[in-house]
Design a protein around this ligand. Structure first.
Ligand code: NAP
Length: 248
């Protein structure tokens, strides 16, 4: 990639797998010092080692505010400052109609997908401001634009991330912090590939105008663009990378 992040420090949550791993890989290959943050210690360490370029691993549960605060402090201590934050960690939750949606499942999806993004911004923003400015990208979804039967909790959180992104961008535009959201279509990651059989995947692929699901690197390319100075006039908006899913 011709976009460079030399001298920049980045945190990517949910970075041991799928889209987060692809984002961390592209950032590191483009000169950033990256802290990969995820739940599982060995998976996160292995991902950081595989990426190389001085990438670091940090174990975090994004539903725990104190752990997210510690993550930001770790990045500042390791790199001297924090410039870039990608709030990517998320879960799909079970598929069930809203009238039968399990309460504990609802609360879990809200906690990871929405509270986790809030905590990520809550602690990264003061650090990025102290560094003189930077950028944040929150990973939403096409299900932050349209609905999906059986996925009320996930759909609600992804719509909420779009609003949270706009509000945060307005709060911190004059602090030199740009904040955007990215809305992927269905992407081949463990979240989707392990949750859906081949027939279901074919049906979902057909819902995209390009008649396929996307790849993590195709999302990472947009995220890296938004994190870079190439996107210097972009803040408070949500950007689709969806193979035409929402165009129909
Ligand atoms: P993935 O392969 O399952 O990766 C998600 C990572 O986040 C996993 O390593 C997971 O760890 C981690 N994670 C889960 N809960 C966490 C927590 N509480 N704290 C820290 N880390 C946690 O999923 P993905 O498809 O790459 O999804 C990444 C993001 O993209 C999510 O926000 C998702 O909603 C969004 N997205 C995905 C798609 C898609 O089609 N794949 C489409 C649109 C948006 P464990 O594996 O140990 O649980």
């Amino acid at each position: 990639m011709d976009i460079r992040f030399d001298g920049k420090c980045a945190i990517v949550t949910g970075a041991a797998s799928g889209i987060g791993l692809a984002i961390a890989r592209q950032l590191a290959a483009s000169g950033a010092r990256v802290v990969l943050a995820d739940l599982d210690s060995s998976k996160t360490e292995a991902a950081a080692q595989d990426i190389g370029h001085g990438a670091r691993a940090f174990v975090v549960d994004v539903t725990k505010a104190d752990q997210v605060a510690a993550l930001v402090a770790f990045a500042q201590a390791e790199c001297g400052a924090l410039h870039l934050m990608v709030n990517n960690a998320g879960i799909g939750g079970p598929i069930a109609p809203l009238g039968a949606y399990d309460i504990a499942d609802w609360l879990k999806v809200i906690d990871v997908n929405l509270n986790g993004v809030f905590y990520g911004m809550r602690y990264a923003i003061p650090a990025i401001k102290a560094a003189g400015g930077g950028t944040i990208v929150n990973i939403a979804s096409i299900l932050g634009q349209v609905g999906f039967a059986g996925a009320a909790a996930y759909t609600a959180t992804k719509h909420a991330i779009v609003g949270l992104t706009k509000a945060a961008a307005l709060d911190h535009a004059t602090d030199g912090i740009r904040i955007n959201a990215v809305a992927p279509g269905f992407i081949h990651t463990p979240m989707v590939d392990q949750g859906l059989d081949a027939a279901a995947q074919a049906g979902i692929a057909a819902k995209h105008a390009l008649a396929r699901m996307g790849e993590p690197a195709e999302v990472a390319a947009l995220v890296c663009f938004l994190l870079s100075e190439r996107a210097s006039f972009m803040t408070g908006s949500c950007h689709l990378v969806d193979g035409g899913y929402c165009a129909q």
